[in-house]
Design a protein around this ligand. Structure first.
Ligand SMILES: Cc1cc2nc3c(=O)[nH]c(=O)nc-3n(C[C@H](O)[C@H](O)[C@H](O)COP(=O)(O)O)c2cc1C
Ligand code: SF4
Length: 440
């Protein structure tokens, strides 16, 4: 995968380079402002979370109880386990100090004295890089007790890196907190929301890595500067991770509202062999897929994608060309969500398994038309009936892939009709009980 160097300054990951370019000056000026002032700037900037739901960051921070008398925590979500999402690791690798500076400013804004940076366990390389950057920041007095002397304030905070253990569900904010507490990564029932009852029962803010990395430039250049970039309702630049059938896969930092086709054809170099695009998932694998013949004019921001029938998610753009077998793609994606379901609630635990079985049967050419409808029905029964949004993450690809590419699925089962003649006994057994004699 081609690497795009995000910062224009070479070696910005090194503390000397970062400091030489004004790094940590913004933290100093932010610490001289009141918490309310910082929250107000972030609110006015229009920054929205980059972890999937695009929720207003300033608004989220304002939910936390005011004052420094109560213990509060900040968690920074770098679990990044969604297939098609690989942008946070670019921040760890190329601009770790901007993230650290953002954490310090956020801790001050919400009066948190401890922050936990949760990094996906498989990211061995990036955990090491991040730890090195953090050690350097501590050594120079930009983090920890020494901050007081360095910045000339009463405030200090500590940052801990917490390594995940390979479970996608631990990226969900409440199971992330359970995981940090040393418990099983089960999502918690909400409400209460983390801003009221979070880590160890204390008010907690959880934000994505990219979200927090946006804080220093917003404070430095002002909310007016940030809110003028890209689309008004979802401003700023976004890190778009482009993968699949493109000539130049990689991460591209571009203003929100950039055309999806511009990203695919101009930045990511188009489709190998100039093939047509059959399908694009625009925000990581759990977001609704779009048809390749309906991409014209679609902008990459939360509102535009919603209007187009999908969602921005984490900005992970997965491109599939005309030769892609979407039934196989869906079977593979569904296997992922089935494997990652924590098993806490029945619709998700059972439904994800049923969907895998039905899809595998269709892939093997043993499915029937009623299996397609049954798949949509199972997906619809998961949605809205679970403790956390992994239910939707598993159900949406199934429901939308079938609704938007039904022809692909019908072709696969109409081929089955021919096979049925040859193999009458086997398929009769399968039709009588849709889930009988089917392997994962
Ligand atoms: C199953 C599941 C996995 C998630 N994984 C991540 C993740 O890896 N990184 C992330 O930032 N958010 C993830 N989220 C979203 C978080 O719960 C939370 O909304 C986010 O970290 C908030 O940060 P933001 O407001 O800055 O976007 C996940 C959500 C679900 C339901
Ligand atoms: S929806 Fe799935 S992953 Fe989420 S709590 Fe329920 S079983 Fe666990």
């Amino acid at each position: 995968m081609e690497k795009i160097v995000l910062p224009e300054i070479e070696n910005l990951h090194l503390i000397d380079t970062y400091v030489a370019n004004g790094g940590y000056d913004t933290a100093k000026s932010a610490l001289a402002k009141s918490s309310d002032e910082i929250i107000d700037i972030v609110k006015k900037s229009g920054l929205r979370g980059r972890g999937g739901a695009a929720f207003s960051t300033g608004l989220k921070w304002s939910f936390i109880p005011k004052g420094s008398g109560i213990t509060k925590y900040l968690c920074i979500n770098g679990d990044e386990s969604e297939p098609g999402s690989f942008k946070d690791r670019q921040v760890f690798e190329f601009n770790p100090h901007q993230l650290i500076e953002g954490i310090v400013i956020t801790c001050h804004a919400i009066h948190a004295k401890k922050a936990y940076l949760y990094i996906r366990g498989e990211y061995h390389k990036w955990i090491k890089l991040m730890q090195k950057a953090l050690d350097d920041a501590y050594e120079r007095g930009f983090v920890g007790e020494a901050m007081k002397a360095k910045y000339g304030t009463d405030f200090s905070c500590d940052i801990y890196i917490h390594k995940g253990a390979g479970a996608y569900i631990c990226g969900e904010e409440s199971s992330l907190m359970n995981s940090i507490e040393g418990k099983r990564g089960y999502p918690r029932v909400k409400p209460p929301f983390p801003a009221q009852v979070g880590l160890w029962g204390a008010p907690t803010i959880i934000n994505n890595v990219e979200t927090i990395a946006n804080i220093p430039p917003i404070i430095k250049k002002g909310w007016e500067w940030f809110s003028a970039i890209g689309e008004q309702k979802h401003p700023g630049t976004l890190l778009f991770g482009v993968s699949g059938h493109v000539n130049k896969p990689g991460v591209y930092e571009l203003p929100s509202g950039t055309l999806l086709t511009d990203i695919i054809y101009n930045y990511a170099g188009g489709v190998p062999g100039n093939k047509k695009i059959k399908c694009v998932i625009p925000g990581g694998s759990s977001m609704p897929p779009l048809r390749g013949d309906q991409l014209e004019g679609i902008k990459m921001d939360a509102e535009s994608l919603r209007a187009a029938g999908s969602a921005i998610g984490t900005g992970g753009i997965m491109v599939m060309d005309e030769d892609t077998d979407l039934v196989k793609v869906l079977a593979r994606l569904s296997k992922f969500y089935y494997h990652e379901s924590c098993g806490q609630c029945t619709p998700c635990r059972e439904g994800t398994g049923w969907m895998v079985k039905l899809l595998n049967r269709i892939v093997r050419g043993e499915g029937s038309k009623s299996d397609i409808d049954l798949l949509v029905s199972v997906a619809s029964n998961i949605e809205g009936n679970t403790v956390c949004a992994l239910g939707e993450a598993a159900a949406w690809p199934v429901r939308f892939m079938i609704t938007r590419f039904r022809d692909e699925f019908e072709k696969q089962v109409s081929d089955h009709v021919k096979l049925e003649v040859k193999n009458k006994v086997h398929s009769m057994r399968a039709t009588l009980n849709p889930l009988a004699s089917v392997e994962n």
